[in-house]
Design a protein around this ligand. Structure first.
Ligand code: AMP
Length: 112
């Protein structure tokens, strides 16, 4: 089912887009948890990590390539950053269209 991220991809609702190519879009998180908090989202609607299939292997690689480019563009690549994907209830997933949280701009705390 389409989520709010599909609406952002289709320009039906606004977002602060920092990167886009044929397969991937990235925009600022509306509720940032760090000085840099970007959501990197595949244009293909995949609800959770559990739904990734063999045919998505290349797409997942594209996501990480995009993350590296965005980190460099935003000037956080050398100092470092964190990439997180939440899955389902225990992982704290709220939007069921997979996405990578790219967090940086300060020294981050412990993971959980
Ligand atoms: P998750 O809990 O991993 O599913 O993360 C969903 C993220 O989407 C949260 O960090 C929200 O702040 C963010 N979010 C929800 N709606 C929007 C929106 N319209 N624009 C940007 N970020 C959003």
């Amino acid at each position: 089912m389409a989520t709010i991220f599909t609406k952002i991809i289709n320009r039906e609702i606004p977002a602060n887009i920092v990167y886009e190519n044929e397969k991937v879009i990235a925009f600022k998180d509306i509720n940032p948890q760090a000085p840099v908090h970007i959501l990197v989202v595949p244009k293909k609607e995949i609800p959770t990590i559990n739904d990734i299939t063999e045919e998505d292997k290349e797409l997942i690689g594209e996501m990480y390539l995009a993350i590296g480019k965005i980190a460099k563009e935003l000037g956080i690549a050398e100092e470092g950053y964190r990439v997180i994907t939440n899955c389902n209830e225990f992982g704290g997933q709220e939007v069921f269209h997979i996405h990578f949280h790219l967090l940086g701009g300060k020294k981050l705390g412990t993971l959980v």
